[in-house]
Design a protein around this ligand. Structure first.
Ligand code: SAM
Length: 290
């Protein structure tokens, strides 16, 4: 493909290539990365998929012009969206990831011997294929744990119809745009609840406290209508707009403030036993949580 056929978020300036990301919803901010190389670019049935090698963050996944996962800091997000719910549930056997096409979340879940099965429902098989090929530091390449089952399809439809119940569900979605919009909606969360065992735990990424407090509050309101216990926790993910990122976790039975940090695998790079506890201590400016 020649450069003029590539999307406008790639900028070619003499012998330099830049990737320009618009902060999605508000479109009032751009983040620009200098590239070593565009590793691959294609259009699937659902979206534009680019794998880029950035100077600052190494190889990264970009969907529809929005940064999703970087080799340098992707582990922070993937650890936070998996280990916190796994430590919150006392005896998890079956886990589900919705989205998560870069495979980083299922890779983290694979660290728990007590899990019998790890399902991943990703809309777009091409994302997973590209990440296996170009993002092995995140996806782990082709060496998947035998308990991982890929089920390619829409997560919204999946939780409407699935009959088996899960102990832990991690919703590893992109921003609430396009096919992912319904992953932030009321009906979806009601069906997630129905797909959990009575003592199940779910977590979703709930966007940036700096830029999307409305999304955090909306998510919390919906979850509070459906679960007894709802808590928000944070981590720094430098490549996400605003830097500070939020996750919201819910259960009818287990309070994440009592999670068992001693079950944390010793192969994490970000989470420590202390962080597993302290991530629920929110900064003062996030003081308008509903
Ligand atoms: N860590 C990333 C972040 O927060 O930006 C998101 C990771 S992951 C790449 C998100 C995945 O969700 C994408 O691969 C996308 O194809 C998938 N996705 C979007 N809508 C979906 C849906 N309705 N059902 C299942 N997967 C979906």
């Amino acid at each position: 493909m020649n450069n003029s056929e590539l999307p406008k978020y790639f900028k070619f300036d003499k012998d330099e290539i830049w990737f320009e990301e618009f902060e999605v919803e508000k479109k009032t901010m751009k983040i620009t990365y200098k590239l070593n190389k565009i590793l691959s670019y294609c259009t699937s049935k659902y979206q534009e998929i680019a794998l880029i090698d950035t100077n600052a963050f190494g190889p990264c996944l970009v969907l529809d012009g929005i940064m999703q996962s970087t080799t340098k800091d992707g582990f922070i997000y993937n650890e936070m969206i998996t280990h916190i719910p796994m430590l919150t549930h006392k005896k998890p056997k079956r886990a589900l990831v919705i989205g998560g096409g870069d495979c980083g979340a299922v890779r983290e879940l694979s660290k728990y011997r007590e899990l019998d099965s790890i399902d991943m429902v990703e809309l777009d098989e091409v994302v997973t294929r590209e990440c296996i090929k170009f993002l092995p530091e995140i996806s782990g390449g082709e060496n998947f744990d035998s308990r991982v089952n890929f089920k390619f399809g829409d997560g919204v439809e999946y939780v409407k119809n699935v009959s088996q119940k899960y102990d832990v569900i991690s919703i590893d979605s992109p921003d609430p745009e396009s096919y992912a919009k319904d992953l932030f909606g009321e009906e979806f969360y009601r069906n997630v609840k129905k797909s959990l065992n009575d003592d199940g735990v779910m977590v979703c990424q709930s966007e940036s406290p700096m830029l999307h407090m409305d999304i955090i509050n909306n998510t919390r309101e919906i979850l509070k209508d459906n679960f007894n216990i709802v808590r928000t926790y944070v981590a720094f993910v430098p490549s996400y707009p605003g830097g500070l990122w939020s996750f919201t976790i819910a259960s009818d039975v287990y309070d994440p403030l009592n999670l068992d940090q001693n079950r944390l695998p010793d192969t994490t790079r970000y989470i420590t036993r202390e962080i597993a506890k302290s991530c629920f201590n929110l900064p003062n400016f996030i003081n308008n949580l509903k």
